[in-house]
Design a protein around this ligand. Structure first.
Ligand code: GDP
Ligand code: MG
Length: 442
């Protein structure tokens, strides 16, 4: 008896040591990843402390998938850190709102102003742009060019040097014109300096207090994010954050700092120089990118759940070669339909979630997927297996429409959807494919 008790005690203590070891290993690994992703050291420490409180070592001892449990806890903790607890001000269509953009020079304010305006314009808003940057030569020209391209009304001056005056006049003008989204672009400086913050304060006060001040942050500024965000917050009441240049190498860990410093949520991210390279901020893919999992939060898990076992290696292989063909899309649609109620399962699969399958509209999404598949049934093997978008010329599109009894417009919509997904999934290129048995460890 004595022997078995002591054995049990020994086993227990061994188990604890082993699990603590796993936990610490995991934490260290992830700490490295987060620091590399420019998450502020202080925030990483905070996360570690919280994780140690949350993760129950007994649970770990019982469960097989220790790394999975820990990683999930870390994932959730980071998601929480990106949530300041209250949503930002949301403008209402038809009611005038003044939105002011602030940030250092080069952070992407002017570009993002236009993207923000364009995004809303497409949804039926009446946006307008005001250039209150009198500091940089050419600032007004840049805004004018962007605005003209997007057919958005703008206001600015080549001669007036007082940004406050322009802001006031611009806002007044567009209120009279019943614009419902009056966007004020402001100036920046290369460094944080008192003069800039004083100017922001004055513009903010004079424009009769903007309904929302958006802090624009370049994802590549690294550890400087916290101080920068805090400095802006101290002079104007920042209420939301937009992180730009997420198409580059930076993982954007500074966003956590910006949220912590401004107590405001990230609302959009910029993913390129073009007007439509702009996405609603989605916390899960963002966090997985931070953790070095690419844009693929729980992606392997989801592949596991959704893609039949025997198809998994092949799919991953194809994706790692960067070929997201129409056939792959077709096969994934088949998998989706087989799964039954699809809303939840796919909430984490990149691209398949928010756009293609909005929450609460699962029935419609399902019908749409079936419609797409009917059209794809009229495609040739060559078309299904090609990853050359140019192949789909007018005559092919017309043939597919005829063959499936659908409108040309619908075939084009389906191909657009394909292009959108292909763009997202092309990031899988070069993906390291986990060997058998390693998958569940992710
Ligand atoms: P501002 O000084 O804050 O007004 O910054 P700008 O809007 O003039 O942008 C500075 C540079 O960053 C320009 O060359 C933009 O094209 C570029 N830029 C802005 N946003 C993005 C983005 O999301 N991705 C990439 N790749 N470039 C961007
Ligand atoms: Mg600018």
């Amino acid at each position: 008896l004595g022997g078995s008790i002591s054995r049990a005690i020994q086993q227990m203590s061994n188990a604890t040591i082993i699990d603590e070891k796993v936990l610490n290993e995991c934490l260290n690994e992830i700490t490295r990843a987060l620091l590399q992703a420019d998450v502020q050291f202080k925030l990483v420490r905070e996360m570690q402390t919280n994780i140690k409180k949350i993760v129950n070592l007994d649970d770990l001892a019982a469960g097989h998938n220790k790394r999975r449990i820990i990683q999930q806890a870390i994932f959730n903790e980071l998601c929480k850190m990106l949530d300041p607890g209250k949503p930002s001000f949301t403008p209402k269509k038809g009611k005038p709102s003044v939105i002011m953009f602030v940030g250092l020079q080069g952070s992407g304010k002017t570009t993002t102003c236009t993207k923000y305006a364009y995004y809303h314009q497409k949804k039926g808003w009446k946006p307008a742009l005001v250039c209150a940057d009198t500091f940089r030569a050419g600032a007004f020209d840049q805004l004018k060019q962007n605005a003209t391209k997007a057919k958005i009304p703008f206001y600015g001056s080549y001669t007036e040097s007082d940004p406050v005056r322009i802001a006031v006049e611009g806002v007044e003008t567009f209120k009279k014109e019943n614009c419902d989204l009056i966007i004020v672009d402001t100036s920046g400086r290369h460094k944080q300096e008192a003069a800039l913050f004083e100017e922001m304060r004055q513009v903010s006060e004079a424009t009769v207090n903007p309904d929302l001040v958006i802090f624009v942050m370049d994802s590549s500024i690294g550890q400087a994010a916290f101080d920068q965000a805090q400095a802006f917050k101290q002079s104007v009441s920042v209420g939301a954050v937009i992180v730009t240049k997420m198409d580059g190498h930076a993982k954007g860990g500074g966003a956590l700092s910006a949220v912590a410093a401004t107590k405001s949520p990230v609302i959009f991210i910029g993913t390129g120089e073009h007007m439509d390279e702009f996405e609603v901020f989605d916390v899960k893919p963002f966090v997985s990118r931070l953790l070095g999992m690419g844009d693929w939060s729980g992606f392997m898990d989801k592949i596991h759940e959704v893609v039949p076992m025997d198809q998994q290696p092949e799919l991953l292989q194809k994706l790692s070669e960067g070929n997201f063909t129409l056939r792959i899309m077709y096969e994934q649609f088949q998998n989706i339909l087989k799964m039954g109620p699809i809303g939840q399962v796919f909430s984490m699969l990149p691209g398949f979630s928010s756009e293609l399958m909005p929450k609460g509209r699962e029935k419609e999404s399902q019908a749409k997927i079936k419609r797409y598949m009917t059209m794809m049934d009229s495609m040739t093997n060559e078309e299904l297996d090609s990853s050359n978008p140019k192949l789909m010329n007018d005559s092919r599109i017309m043939r597919i429409a005829r063959g499936s009894g659908r409108q040309v417009r619908e075939v084009m919509e389906m191909l657009e959807e394909y292009k959108r997904l292909a763009k997202i999934w092309s990031k899988m290129k070069g993906l390291k494919i986990p060997k058998k048995g390693e998958m569940s460890a992710l």
